[in-house]
Ligand binder design. Structure first.
Ligand code: ADP
Ligand code: MG
Length: 358
């Protein structure tokens, strides 16, 4: 696989508020984006996600390191070369960034005009693009007459106008309701599959990553703290920030607040059992739980799919004498990753079973 984007020790500093202070928005990032993949970049607000992708189309210049896009090192490029580069790197935004004084068709035609396309070819290309994104009938409407989802489709058609090989999406669905978000994500998937476009998606919404992306990079304080195929990163997060992002989005584990409530209601020991591909099946868990004088009650859980594989967690109350509960936990740990949960204590990984690490 050839990377279409390579970040090599890339940094971007901004002047801070105080005198002589600097903000390291991006801090020594090394990362490759392979051709034809959909890469998610996640992290909390201020992590440096937007700055990192703005370095890809030259909207920001790095203060250190280099970015190579389609084999070209951007640091050497002049303004003229940057314009050529930008025709090959489309971008869509949270607030759509459409011209309100132009119709949908006028917005999509704009980059073609800049690229010097003659009017007739432009018209044909615009019609084709609006059809591709599913809003052919809205060609003559102005942005104020369009819904959020329709506006983003115009933004996508405009970004695709010059047939870029890379599409950057910065929180492109964050202003949309869940149903419209799903439609736009489906469109992005179609672009990737049918046009082979490499897509980089910045988001703070984990659902976007889990339903769309092949790979994910997690950013914190300007750094990429972990990256890899989404299943590997989500199933086995190495960094505390990644764990928080994963569990808060997948709702598969009780939050601290929920755990306190559960603790008041259930007085036995509380353990979370990870359900993973190739790990414990629910039947195997049930069989283990049956063997001891322990009453197991499911008190929290969520199992879904991630990258088409089972993924989630079940939280049990285990009621019985300590020795028996310990024996049950040891047996569960043979087939799954088991954590005992106590309010305020964080969680303790008791064992990594067959279901844990892949
Ligand atoms: N033009 C700028 N001038 C000064 N600081 C900036 C600028 N752009 C971003 N920053 C700072 O850089 C950090 C990363 O910002 P950003 O890349 O927008 O993060 P994210 O997209 O993950 O929310 C933040 O601390 C932000 O305040
Ligand atoms: Mg941002």
């Amino acid at each position: 696989m050839t990377p279409v984007i390579s970040f090599r020790g890339i940094s971007k500093e901004f002047a801070g508020n105080g005198r002589n202070t600097v903000v390291k928005a991006v801090d020594s990032v090394d990362l490759d984006v392979e051709q034809g993949t959909i890469m998610g970049i996640i992290g909390y607000s201020g992590a440096g996600k937007s700055t990192l992708v703005r370095l890809v189309n030259g909207l920001e210049a790095p203060t250190g390191g280099s970015v190579v896009v389609n084999g070209k090192d951007l640091s050497g490029l002049r303004e003229k070369d940057l314009r050529v580069l930008r025709a090959d790197v489309g971008m869509i935004f949270q607030q759509f960034n459409l011209f309100n004084s132009r119709t949908a068709a006028g917005n999509v035609a704009y980059p073609l005009k800049l690229a010097g396309w003659p009017a007739q070819r432009r018209r044909a290309r615009v019609a084709e693009l609006l059809d591709f994104v599913g809003i052919a009938e809205k060609a003559r409407q102005y942005p104020s007459q369009l819904s959020g989802g329709q506006k983003q489709r115009v933004g996508i058609a405009r970004a695709l106008a010059t047939s870029p090989t890379i599409l950057l999406a910065d929180e492109a669905t964050s202003a949309l309701d869940p149903e419209t978000t799903r439609d736009v994500l489906a469109l992005l998937k179609k672009i990737n599959r049918e046009l082979g476009t490499t897509i980089v998606v910045i988001t703070h919404e984990m659902e976007v990553v889990s339903s769309l992306c092949d790979r994910v990079a997690v950013m914190e304080d300007g750094r990429v703290i972990e990256h890899g195929p989404i299943y590997d990163v989500f199933a086995n997060p190495q960094q505390p920030a990644t764990r928080r992002l994963v569990h808060s989005a997948l709702h598969d584990r009780p939050t601290e607040e929920t755990l306190r409530r559960l603790r008041r209601q259930f007085t036995g020991r509380i353990v979370a059992v990870a359900i993973r591909d190739g790990g414990a099946t629910l039947a195997a868990l049930a069989a283990k739980l049956d063997q001891h004088q322990v009453r197991a009650t499911i008190i929290y859980g969520g199992i879904g799919e991630l990258a088409d594989k089972p993924f989630g967690s079940i939280t049990y109350e285990l009621a019985g004498d300590d020795t028996s509960v310990d024996a049950v936990i040891a047996e569960l740990a043979e087939v799954a990753t088991v954590e005992e949960l106590n309010p305020g204590a964080g969680s303790e990984v008791l064992a990594q079973g067959a279901g844990g690490v892949r």
